[in-house]
Design a protein around this ligand. Structure first.
Ligand code: GDP
Ligand code: GDP
Length: 455
């Protein structure tokens, strides 16, 4: 059977490929120089080196998508670390802690040539406490002769050490098979036991924007729910807070409350922590200090939430300090810096005075509703038909590519697959996205559109 020249199996395949919900998260942890980044590169199947020989290299990006045996998942790379900021042991512990929190499964990398060190033992204790599934990778086993080194790592008590060479790829396939055996299909944190439970909010933003002030404000003014719910007790960093008559789960609030580890010079840990919080949440509330210019770091945080596919609200804090001039410039900055996320609901708040706190919940609810919207196929195609008739794709090389039909393959965030008779240009894709947003009000959510072209 065929649909306008498409093989039905292709159509089903494309829908299935695009239709995945949030992906499960695999964290790769271990001491510096054991080969975590090399292994992450191997897992995500990329040649270009994220790895640099210099220790202390800061990387913004910590989350990557990967696929093995037809299953997709996210990998959190904890390879970056900042020398001088924390001691080695504390660095490793901090990384591991953040990453493990957000993970559905963990690959613990040990240098088999060196063997287990005290730092490794410390990570093992963290892993035990977290209770997440762990696969032990005994790295730098470049040849058969190294396998006896790997066997010593049985002593860590984490089960079978998988001898691998991240550098050459030896054994990594078997290790990934073992990972897939323990990795759940969907992120447990967000969509497993939490289904039907409180919605999960990540309150994020660069240091000093007012995260802890905001959290204290909402937690103090409203009743803080004592956490006795099943399944939530093992996660002490999440906090249940009642707002607008609804109980919400603010994830990773310990990081906010403790003013974690450091405020300055810890970009890498801040990125890692933010990525971890975003992965655990359904909606990100991004706090911006409106009294200062929007910075590159603010933009990075927004990008992180968009790329993670989370619902999003942008809150401009410290509104009490703004004079007319600053307000004028802020609007200009928002236009130029945040034009790509003009769909995010916006609130202008003051954690200090409590200004507009009551607008936070409606904004969050709007964003979550957009994130979960499903457009029936009939309605989508009626809309696409009219749109394409009124605004056809420009003619290229004597041909006019047409969108033939489309379907929504998934939600959280909404994902669409469009089937076309020829290559659809980027400008036209953006046009379609804009019109889809206008028509179906995807407020507060990124949307994904993939296009399949008929052969
Ligand atoms: P990270 O700090 O844990 O992320 O470690 P890196 O991935 O940066 O690797 C540290 C060093 O070990 C680099 O020089 C790598 O080339 C090297 N390395 C990583 N994996 C292997 C391996 O499987 N075999 C060998 N011989 N060297 C490796
Ligand atoms: P965090 O690092 O993002 O958690 O930021 P904090 O909550 O620690 O706030 C950083 C500083 O900004 C503190 O001195 C707060 O008192 C101040 N601050 C936070 N929110 C506001 C606000 O709405 N207005 C004003 N004027 N100051 C604020």
């Amino acid at each position: 059977a065929a649909v306008e020249g498409f093989d039905i199996e292709d159509v089903e395949g494309a829908i299935e490929a695009a239709g995945h919900g949030p992906l499960p998260v695999l964290a790769v942890v271990g001491r510096p120089n054991v080969g975590k980044s090399t292994l992450v590169n191997r897992i995500i199947g990329r040649r270009e080196a994220v790895v640099e020989d210099k220790p202390g290299v800061t990387r913004d990006r910590v989350t990557y998508e990967a696929e093995w045996s037809g299953r997709r998942f996210k990998v959190v790379d904890t390879g970056g670390w900042e020398q001088d900021v924390l001691g080695i042991d504390a660095s490793v512990a901090a990384q591991a802690e953040y990453a493990i929190e957000a993970a559905d499964a963990v690959v613990f990398v040990v240098d088999a040539k060196v063997g287990a060190t005290d730092t490794d033992e410390a990570v093992v204790r963290l892993l035990r406490k977290a209770g997440k599934p762990v696969v032990l990778a005994a790295n730098k086993v470049d040849g058969q002769s190294g396998e006896s080194d790997a066997a010593y790592l049985w002593g860590l008590g984490l089960g079978e050490p998988h001898p691998v060479s991240a550098l050459h790829g030896r054994g990594t396939g078997d290790m990934l098979d073992a990972v897939l055996e323990v990795l759940p299909d969907a992120p447990e944190q967000t969509f497993g036991s939490a289904v039907g439970g409180p919605r999960r909010i990540a309150l994020i933003g660069r240091p000093n924007v007012g995260k802890s002030s905001l959290l204290n404000k909402v937690a103090n003014e409203e009743r803080v729910v004592v956490n006795e719910m099943a399944g939530t007790t093992r996660d002490p960093v999440d906090e249940l807070i009642e707002l607008g008559g609804v109980t919400w789960k603010f994830v990773d609030t310990a990081g906010i409350r403790k003013r974690v580890h450091l405020q300055q010079g810890a970009d890498y840990y801040a990125s890692l922590r933010t990525a971890a919080a975003v992965e655990k949440a359904e909606v990100a509330v991004i706090l911006i200090d409106a009294s200062e210019s929007i910075s590159v770091q603010d933009q990075r945080i927004v990008t992180m939430a968009v790329e993670a596919g989370r619902a999003m609200v942008i809150a401009y804090n410290k509104w009490d300090t703004l004079d007319e001039e600053r307000r004028y410039y802020l609007e200009r900055e928002i236009e130029t810096e945040f034009g790509q996320v003009a769909w995010a609901p916006r609130v202008n708040v003051s954690a200090l005075t409590g200004r507009h706190m009551e607008k936070l919940v409606p904004a969050i609810e709007t964003a979550l509703a957009g994130w979960e919207t499903r457009v029936p196929t009939g309605r989508l195609n009626a809309f696409l038909g009219e749109l394409v008739a009124a605004h056809p794709h420009p003619i290229r090389g004597g041909k006019q590519p047409r969108i033939l039909f489309g379907t929504q393959a998934g939600t959280k965030p909404p994902r669409f697959v469009l089937f076309a008779s020829g290559f659809i240009e980027a400008g036209y894709r953006r046009f379609i996205e804009r019109r889809l947003r206008e028509e179906f009000s995807f407020e507060g959510t990124p949307i994904h559109i993939s296009v399949r072209v008929r052969e």
